[in-house]
Design a protein around this ligand. Structure first.
Ligand code: NAD
Length: 426
């Protein structure tokens, strides 16, 4: 039995956690359901361009350290590619490729004129000084400058990168290009052409998906209990929005553990005490593990940290009626099947976390037109886009009798396949 974990060989177990393989599996299923021939899958299963770079950085002790970085451009049939740059010790070529495919799917679901891109550097920014991070950020841009640009591929922030890093990258690109070029990158500080609402955009998008999902389940936010794994950019803004809307946030966690209070946590206090890497639980003694956190009794569970958190090993023990994936790839395919069979509504990552790239698109549009929108205008536009995306995926799931993940891939892949066909590529 494919789902019987006891009978899995080590290779089979590895495959189930291979995010690129599982993404390709669902892309293939989606294309088959839509009736596309095999060559479309052949085109879309890998990025059209993948660059590996080696970046020398002079460290504070005067030694030179060489970092490895990647930039993947999944498909540019619809328009320039777009996606974040991740700084993390676990960055890998496979993960960056999978993330670039997810970006294409997100752009398709919320109907942006982009293909997907993604970048990553193997490093631990928590161990690096401000000056070393600046050297690494500028070195990365010099290394990939030939293949990126406002009409080619537009980077943005991701895990452990922030507006300051975007500012250094934009400055370096502007120097190479010899003119000020804010549209090269999004997620910039507001004074450098950043957009209002970008920092909280992913969490806002997740909140909008939660609003739509609870309507389907007949729950109201005021009576809902919520558990959030991860207290970084996505998780902490989300906790604040849900807490302010009257929901009871009973559990949160970071990389070091979780906090639980059935009466609701004091979110404002926790936000005040968290550090810039989203760590807060180290300040407490009475913590629970991340594994325990995921199995807490609640209405809405939001994985907002890292990949492969809900697997076939714990999917039977999830005690939520709705799972909304703010993180990229937190649920394996085997777990998706178990949750769906158990009647748990799963809002997949490529839909739920599309708020970030949507407001990044708004930032790029504002940079291109040189005219800037207010926070209210951004919120209104984001709301429209996310509600439309959610309902398109939900209706596809209902009418085609597929789970929400497959439905989101079907919606996400279609525009890309059509654009490639019209261009005569396939
Ligand atoms: P972040 O770096 O700001 O925060 C990450 C949080 O996860 C921190 O609280 C960290 O302590 C915690 N964490 C790290 N490893 C963990 C582990 N093994 N177990 C439990 N918690 C762990 O990152 P972020 O920007 O909030 O991104 C979180 C997730 O959301 C990622 O999967 C990212 O790809 C996805 N995402 C983020 C955005 C965005 O705009 N920030 C957009 C789309 C998707």
């Amino acid at each position: 039995m494919a789902n019987d974990k006891a009978s899995d060989t080590p290779n089979e177990k590895q495959d189930k956690l291979d995010v690129l393989k599982s993404t390709q599996t669902v892309v293939k299923k989606a294309l088959d359901k839509l009736g596309y021939p095999d060559e479309v899958f052949d085109l879309l299963k890998e990025p059209v361009r993948m660059m590996t770079v080696r970046i020398p950085v002079r460290m504070d002790d005067d030694s030179i350290k060489i970092f490895t970085g990647y930039r993947a451009q999944h498909n540019d049939a619809v328009g320039p590619t777009k996606g974040g740059v991740r700084f993390h010790p676990h960055v890998s070529e496979k993960e960056v490729k999978a993330l670039s495919i997810w970006m294409s799917l997100k752009a398709g679901i919320v109907d942006l004129p982009y293909g997907g891109g993604k970048g990553g550097i193997i490093c631990d920014p928590r161990e690096m000084s401000f000056r070393e991070l600046e050297g690494l950020s500028r070195g990365y841009v010099r290394a990939i400058s030939q293949i990126v640009g406002p009409t080619k591929d537009i980077p943005a922030p991701d895990v452990f990168t922030n507006p300051q890093i975007m500012a250094w990258m934009m400055d370096e690109y502007s120097r190479i290009d010899e003119f000020n070029n804010p549209g090269f990158i999004t997620g910039k500080p507001i004074v450098l052409g950043g957009s209002h609402g970008r920092e909280s955009a992913t969490a806002k998008g997740v909140t909008i998906c939660i609003d739509e999902a609870i309507k389907k389940k007949g729950i109201t936010l005021k009576d809902a209990s919520v558990v959030i794994q991860g207290f970084g950019n996505a998780g902490s803004f989300l906790a604040k929005f849900l807490h302010d809307s009257g929901a009871k946030v009973v559990g949160i966690s970071d990389a070091y553990g979780g906090l639980y209070d059935p009466d609701g946590l004091d979110i404002d206090y926790l936000l005040d005490r968290r550090d810039s890497f989203g760590t807060v639980t180290k300040l407490f003694n009475n913590t629970i593990t991340n594994e325990e956190l995921l199995e807490l009794d609640c209405d809405i569970l939001v994985p907002a940290a890292v990949a492969n958190q809900i697997t076939e090993e714990n999917a039977h023990s999830i005690n939520a009626s709705i799972v909304v994936e703010a993180a990229n790839g937190p649920t394996t395919l085997e777990a998706t099947k178990i949750l769906s069979e158990r009647g748990i509504l799963l809002v997949p990552d490529v839909l739920a976390s599309a708020g970030g790239v949507t407001v990044s698109y708004f930032e790029w549009v504002q940079n291109n037109q040189g005219y800037y929108w207010s926070e209210e205008e951004i919120e209104e536009k984001l709301h429209k886009v996310m509600v439309k995306g959610f309902n398109q995926v939900y209706q596809t799931a209902e009418t085609r009798r597929v789970d929400m993940r497959l439905a989101s891939y079907m919606v996400g892949v279609r525009k890309m396949a059509e654009a490639a066909r019209f261009r005569g590529w396939i």
